[in-house]
Design a protein around this ligand. Structure first.
Ligand SMILES: C[S@@+](CC[C@H](N)C(=O)[O-])C[C@H]1O[C@@H](n2cnc3c(N)ncnc32)[C@H](O)[C@@H]1O
Length: 253
């Protein structure tokens, strides 16, 4: 069994601290369709999952549960995992409010060994795997737990979007510099927080999928200029030049 490491714990603490603000100001409340990320289009438009009624779905990094609740309302049997207790509290309330039963579990996506093999029709993750240190391991675990012909759809920050400073539109980071990014933050209330995420090249992601044995079926760089779901933290000028979201669809063939 994997033990949650200290960085994962710190990431969980950051999300615990951010959860109320995130759920109020950033996460959307449209539960009619899955929204894949900032300006990143929706399942209604992209149709990546197909019919979900009766399908077993595992969501990784489910946050406040919007995606799992949306799919459960359409008849999917959902399990959602997240490392942040506070995010999960929102998820549990959202499921109750919408009268759907979802198994929300506090677990890291580095602990997928705990899930039985060949057991899910769909694994989905919306804007969460940028917090994963070992994507290659996660891909291999997903191949193991998916049923034959099962699908895995995930969205993350577009690696190009993260490189440009939205204030002056200048390329401020090296695309070649990959790995952990850490920032010390002071929030408006004066509290101090350590933010961590992982930056990687598109080729690292694609090669990780290929090496796991999953079949990569589609890469989507959506741009939905009318997207209003993910708050106002994204500068239009940059968003119009580089889409903030990238989506991958894979299958266990
Ligand atoms: C940007 S939020 C996205 C949440 C949700 N998918 C949504 O669409 O609103 C990222 C989520 O990933 C979760 N997360 C970060 N690291 C994680 C880990 N190692 N295991 C599980 N969840 C994690 C965070 O707690 C947070 O809820």
């Amino acid at each position: 069994m994997t033990i949650i490491n200290h960085l994962e714990r710190e990431i969980g603490q950051w999300w615990d601290a951010a959860a109320s603000y995130y759920q109020k100001e950033i996460s959307g409340d449209d539960l009619n369709t899955v929204h894949y990320g900032p300006f990143g289009s929706s399942e209604t438009k992209l149709n990546l999952l197909g019919a979900v009624k009766g399908k077993k779905v595992l969501e990784l990094g489910c946050g406040g549960g919007q995606c799992s609740v949306t799919l459960a309302k359409k008849g999917a049997i959902c399990t959602g995992i997240d490392i942040s207790e506070k995010q999960l509290e929102h998820a549990v309330k959202l499921a109750e409010k919408n009268s759907v039963r979802i198994n929300f579990i506090k677990k890291s996506f580095s602990e997928l060994d705990a899930f039985p093999k060949n057991s899910y029709d769909i694994v989905i993750s919306v804007f969460a795997l940028q917090y994963a240190e070992r994507l290659d391991r996660i891909f291999r675990s997903i191949k193991r737990i998916l049923k034959q012909n099962g699908i895995f759809v995930f969205s993350i920050d577009h690696p190009f979007y993260l490189l440009v400073n939205p204030n002056d539109m200048v390329l401020s980071e090296s695309y070649n510099k990959v790995g952990m990014v850490s920032e010390k933050e002071i929030w408006p209330d004066g509290s101090n927080h350590n933010f961590f995420m992982y930056r990687r090249k598109v080729s690292d992601i694609v090669n990780g999928i290929i090496q796991s044995g999953l079949a990569l079926q589609k890469v989507i760089e959506p741009f939905d200029r009318n997207d209003k779901v993910w708050g106002s933290g994204y500068r239009r000028k940059l968003v119009h030049r580089i889409t903030p979201t990238i989506i991958f669809k894979c299958a266990k063939t």
